[in-house]
Ligand binder design. Structure first.
Ligand code: ACO
Length: 398
């Protein structure tokens, strides 16, 4: 574009695209989405097949490396992750310093950025082996930090990782172990693993865009991931699952749904968990999560919130307001109901999104640093302020 500038004062051609609706920020071979058809694939594999037949750590390997692992590769990868789960003892002291009612997502974001000070060699981002080491560390340690954040919030002692358990089994134990030995329920362990597969990556969403944008300054991955996690925390992004449950609690019963829909149509409130920047069809992840809810209910009993959610979906999908705007349930619509049934407190919901998204952020960050096209993210603007004017001393200002 610089080559078509008429003179030095000419901007050349510049697009104005707030929210990047029509802007591609990178080339990526990780995740494919067709929002109109409701298709999501990681490295070419449909999300439905991965949710059905893969595991989170296997999917993480696929996302990072581009191919499914052989059995020895998978074993080595699982061993590496499950033997990097411990965090430095001073992380516990850092956790202790938070206010008693600190939000776990705030604690996670802060701890991620603090971790850059524990691994100063991570700033060597030009070294692919060094990048891979930090990626393994982060995938292994984020569940530990997340569980610590929960235990701090609850005033409970921290539980050390148990490397004999699966990725999700260990996380459940670090979260929920009390005085007795804790054996994770295999259905819960599997359900959480499927939810983690579904959340592993989603191309250039707000959090991933933040990861690439912050990372494009060549900062270390811990600092970049703190930025990505902060973006995810917002109620329009990963914070939506928390907002969905608060909305269902506010509605209270299926008989109040019609009135809530009326308020949505009056633009007083949003229908949280509905709508998506890319999907203009049913989010394929939402369909899997909805089914998964019933597996979890078989173990823990039916969550009454599901009836309100089903009624909301039924009314919305028949209403022209939602149909004409192509507003369908997104992944967050049913996940909160499952997390609540699993006994996760509501403010842990965005954390449960951040844990599996760790691999997506890091794979995209790694891909960016392997891409010769990458340059620092630095958009332009359309200036709407004053022309040049002279400074007025304070005593002369009216
Ligand atoms: N409830 C009511 N109306 C909605 C909703 C909603 N959840 N989402 C969009 N709309 C309406 C808008 O008001 C707009 O209507 P208009 O054209 O009459 O003004 C129209 O649908 C188009 O909406 P946009 O805001 O242009 O859609 P956009 O793609 O920018 O926003 C977003 C997507 C942010 C996800 C939005 O749908 C939303 O706020 N949803 C609720 C929050 C949510 O569930 N977020 C999770 C997203 S998934 C994820 O992050 C994992």
């Amino acid at each position: 574009l610089r080559q078509i500038k008429a003179d030095a004062e000419d901007f050349g051609l510049m697009t104005h695209d707030p929210g990047f609706n029509n802007t591609s920020s990178c080339r990526s071979s990780i995740t494919y989405i067709d929002g109109d058809a409701g298709i999501l694939r990681y490295r070419g594999y449909p999300i439905e097949q991965l949710a059905d037949s893969s595991s989170y750590l296997e999917t993480a390997y696929l996302i990072l490396n581009g191919e499914l692992p052989t059995k020895p590769q998978l074993d080595a990868w699982v061993h590496e992750i499950t033997h990097r789960t411990m965090v430095h003892e001073n992380i516990k002291k850092l956790m202790d310093g938070f206010h008693f009612d600190a939000h776990p997502m705030g604690m996670l974001i802060s701890t991620l950025s603090a971790m850059s000070t524990f691994y100063p060699q991570a700033k060597n981002i030009k070294d692919p082996a060094m990048r891979r080491l930090q990626i393994a560390r982060l995938i292994a340690k984020v569940p530990t930090i997340s569980a610590y954040a929960y235990r701090k919030r609850m005033g409970l002692p921290y539980v050390y990782p148990d490397n004999s358990l699966s990725y999700t089994g260990n996380f459940l134990k670090m979260m929920f172990q009390r005085a007795d030995p804790y054996i994770p329920d295999p259905i819960m362990e599997k359900a959480l693993d499927v939810l983690f597969v579904l959340h592993a990556d989603h191309e250039q969403n707000c959090g991933t865009n933040a990861m690439r944008s912050v990372g494009s300054s060549n900062v270390d991955p811990y600092s970049a991931m703190a930025g990505a996690a902060a973006a995810l925390y917002g109620p329009l992004h990963g914070g939506a699952n928390e907002q969905v449950l608060r909305m269902l609690q506010e509605i209270g019963s299926a008989s109040n749904v019609a009135d809530y829909i009326r308020r949505v149509k009056n633009r007083e409130v949003l229908l949280m968990g509905f709508g998506h920047r890319v999907y203009k069809n049913y989010d394929p992840r939402a369909a899997i999560v909805k089914q998964l809810a019933y597996d979890v209910f078989e173990v823990v009993g039916r969550n009454p919130m599901i009836d309100i959610a089903l009624e909301l979906e039924k009314i919305a999908l028949e209403d022209d307001y939602f149909v004409s705007r192509k507003l369908y349930p997104n992944v967050d619509f049913y996940t909160g109901i499952i997390y609540q049934a699993m006994k996760f407190p509501v403010d842990m919901f965005p954390v449960l999104f951040a844990i599996p998204r760790t691999v997506g952020w890091l794979a995209q960050w790694d891909e960016m640093h392997n891409d010769k096209e990458t340059s620092i993210a630095r958009p332009r603007q359309i200036y709407t302020g004053y022309d040049a004017r002279d400074f007025v001393p304070v005593e002369k200002r009216g």
